[in-house]
Design a protein around this ligand. Structure first.
Ligand code: NAI
Ligand code: MG
Length: 356
């Protein structure tokens, strides 16, 4: 019996509808070559369905997704629907209910891709950002009192639990252990944020004792951002709270080149719930409908999904196809200085994966 993986597919809005089919094309090629099957369940949940139904997903949406091993998502968001509505109506519930407490983004300068940083080579930009994805600064604890009066005040609490902090730190240390450099950097701000950040530092130091082989350091978030730009070669795995991780996980892929190639994963490491794989970019309304967007971020996200599902060889084959295509001057989209269409790149990669 072939291995089967159940995948929920949500293209979403804008260029998500263009990148997801190319992602599936490449996944299909990998499945054939490596002998597994993908059971796809397609969902058209998007801002368009919101306009028709008043909901980003149906009431039983999460229950339907629960049946799948992984979720393969394009992008969500479209002018006319406020971004907080689309985000909180679809992505945030998925991340929270399925306890996808790790947001993982590889930041790699691929050979043949261009970084905005001068004179940096692929060997110098190759790290992961691990972001805590369920608590921290993004809490729903807080409120507003005396609204509209002179006494008006607003609070928003940052919530750091021992369970929440330790599990994301553990994930980051485990990831560092799989890397040749075995180095982990922690993002902090314990000079300015005097309760939660010292606690984060304390748990980091405590966890480090369990991983004597991992070299550790830590920086305050402000100077860390500067180091990402000036010394990207210092980093191997970088872990941060929800807010700091959010900032670093956009900055990291940006220093590594086009937003069009950056992948991401929202992971429930215990596999108790489905994990979700999606490109870093959004729905790109400015270029949607022209079929010129770069599908590589989506396709690379598909490779991360296969790795999570235990199909490491297939994941490696996809990544190698991407590396070869860029290094050997294969078709590339406009954002990478070429003039190929979305489908050209997807087909070239699917063929490369099929060929091996
Ligand atoms: P965006 O990532 O959609 O676009 C930013 C810029 O990058 C645009 O100029 C776009 O043309 C370009 N770009 C993005 N992806 C590309 C690709 N694959 N190939 C070539 N060029 C690409 O971010 P923006 O404009 O801030 O957001 C647009 C919508 O997407 C908003 O509604 C936002 O809320 C949503 N969004 C959704 C995300 C998600 O689903 N996880 C993430 C980020 C934004
Ligand atoms: Mg962000």
């Amino acid at each position: 019996m072939a291995r089967r993986h159940r995948i929920a597919v949500i293209p979403g809005d804008g260029i998500g509808k263009e990148t997801v089919p190319e992602g599936l094309r490449v996944l299909d090629a990998a499945a054939r070559r490596f002998g597994f099957e993908l059971d796809l369940a397609h969902y058209d949940w998007s801002c368009e369905t919101y306009a028709q139904t008043g909901r980003m997903m149906p009431e039983d949406g999460l229950d339907r997704l629960r049946e799948s091993d992984s979720i393969f998502l394009g992008a969500v968001g479209w002018p006319g629907v406020p971004d907080h509505v689309s985000l909180w109506g679809l992505l945030i519930p998925i991340r929270r209910v399925f306890d996808q407490y790790v947001n993982l983004r590889p930041c790699r300068l691929l050979p043949g891709a261009r970084t905005p940083l001068a004179d940096r080579t692929p060997a110098e930009i190759d790290f992961y950002v691990v972001r805590e994805n369920t608590e921290g600064e993004y809490s729903s604890s807080g409120g507003r009192m005396f609204a509209g009066t002179e006494r008006e005040f607003v609070t928003q609490d940052a919530v750091f639990t021992r369970v929440g902090v330790d599990r994301v730190l553990k994930y980051a240390f485990d990831l560092a252990m799989t890397r040749p450099r075995k180095k982990l950097t922690s993002a902090t701000k314990s000079n300015g944020i005097t309760f939660t950040m010292p606690y984060w530092d304390e748990r980091f130091a405590e966890m480090a004792k369990r991983y004597p082989e991992v070299k550790t350091d830590q920086f305050h978030i402000d100077i860390l951002c500067a180091h990402f730009v000036q010394h990207p070669d210092w980093f191997d795995v970088v872990v941060g709270s929800n807010l700091f991780g959010d900032i670093l996980s956009d900055l990291g892929p940006a220093v590594a080149g086009s937003i069009g190639i950056a992948p991401s994963a929202n992971i429930n490491p215990e596999k108790k719930h489905p994990s979700m794989f999606e490109p870093v970019h959004g729905s790109a309304p400015d270029i949607a409908g022209k079929w010129i967007c770069n599908p590589i971020g989506q396709i690379w996200s598909g490779a991360m999904m296969l790795e999570h599902l235990g199909e490491k060889d297939a994941a490696d084959a996809i990544l190698k196809a991407i590396e070869d295509l860029l290094a050997e001057g294969g078709p590339r989209t406009r954002d990478m200085g070429g003039n190929a269409g979305t489908v050209d790149v997807g087909k070239a990669l699917a063929e490369a994966v099929a060929r091996g």
